[in-house]
Design a protein around this ligand. Structure first.
Ligand code: FO1
Length: 312
């Protein structure tokens, strides 16, 4: 029974958080926990900002901005308006209430708390029952290589609106990074691992690049199932399709499956890509993976869990 499974889900970005939300509606906290990408994290206005942890937190707490998918709903922007008046940096939008979270996190980090402790405190404050772990307590920063220069991830993503062509990525600090021990303990008893429909290059690869982590996932007999973020040759949100084109990779869900290679045992494709299922070298399931409504998120989560139980 798919509702009896114990799951570890890896997520980053808005698309990943949507499936995470669906999973959280189906499985209790004893059976579901999350690891989130921290390669997108950066320091801004002296604060440590962790966009993927925050997007996951706000989404699970049903307090995310429904238009953007990031930040909080019913936000006010007095801080940004005041910044503009002062001639400060305004390329990264921090809402007033969102700002409180970054401030609190930064203060706790400065006082010596680990990022995983801060994340746990925050998710409790939002009354989220499922565990959320950052991929590591030590800082990892995704650097985007372009023909002209290397860019810090948020400079590429938000400030430059993903306009520069990408030639590659590196994850600064990855050699010193280790997974959170609690997450590794959880991994030891899971029935399946779900890779949410997040950007494979900048949301999932940082997590898989933590020394030893990919091997730990593979070493488990539990199936690893990835959900394609590419649908009909496009990414519903974000630059994944543009990146694939620039990297010379076909913009197909098949190429996403190939990117994960022998790590995955199952791959979830959208109905639009049904024809491509036979090109994927692991088990596949074809379903609607476009998550417009909350019900879509739950349905995709349900289908993913059913698929997982078929693979066990
Ligand atoms: N994304 C934007 O496109 N523009 C922003 O101004 C912006 C602000 C922001 C503030 C807090 C936060 O947690 C996320 C924010 N994001 C913003 C989203 C975020 O930078 C990206 O979606 C992720 O890093 C990609 O996964």
């Amino acid at each position: 029974m798919s509702r009896d499974l114990k799951i570890l889900a890896l997520t980053g970005g808005v698309g990943g958080a949507k499936l995470a939300f669906g999973l959280s509606k189906l499985l209790p906290p004893e059976q579901l926990a999350f690891i989130a990408n921290t390669g997108d994290d950066f320091e801004h206005f002296g604060l440590t900002i962790c966009p993927d942890l925050d997007t996951l937190t706000y989404t699970l707490a049903e307090t995310a901005n429904p238009e953007t998918g990031w930040g909080r709903q019913d936000e006010t922007w007095n801080f940004m308006a005041a910044m503009e008046q002062l001639g400060g940096e305004t390329w990264f939008s921090l809402g007033d209430r969102d700002l409180a979270l970054h401030h609190q996190r930064s203060q706790m980090l400065a006082e010596g708390s680990a990022l995983s402790e801060v994340t746990d405190t925050v998710r409790r404050a939002f009354d989220i029952k499922h565990a959320i772990w950052p991929m590591s307590d030590s800082p990892v920063r995704t650097i985007v290589a372009t023909p002209e220069e290397e860019l810090a991830f948020q400079h590429y993503f938000v400030r430059d609106r993903c306009k520069p062509a990408v030639t590659g990525f590196r994850f600064d600090g990855i050699d010193r990074a280790a997974p959170i021990q609690e997450a590794l303990n959880w991994l030891e008893s899971v029935d399946a691992i779900v890779i949410c429909p997040s950007n494979p290059f900048v949301s999932v690869d940082p997590m898989l690049s933590i020394p030893g982590f990919r091997d730990r996932l593979k070493a488990r007999s539990a199936p690893v199932i990835a959900v394609s973020p590419i649908i009909g040759g496009q990414a519903l949100k974000g630059p994944a399709a543009k990146m694939m084109k620039e990297l010379g990779v076909p913009v197909t869900s098949t190429a996403v499956a190939a990117h994960y290679g022998d790590l995955i045992d199952g791959f979830v494709l959208d109905n639009t890509d049904a024809h491509a299922a036979s090109e994927v070298s692991c088990a596949t399931v074809v379903t609607n993976s476009v998550m417009v409504t909350l019900e879509d998120r739950i349905k995709l989560a349900e289908r993913t869990l059913d698929f997982a139980s078929e693979l066990i």
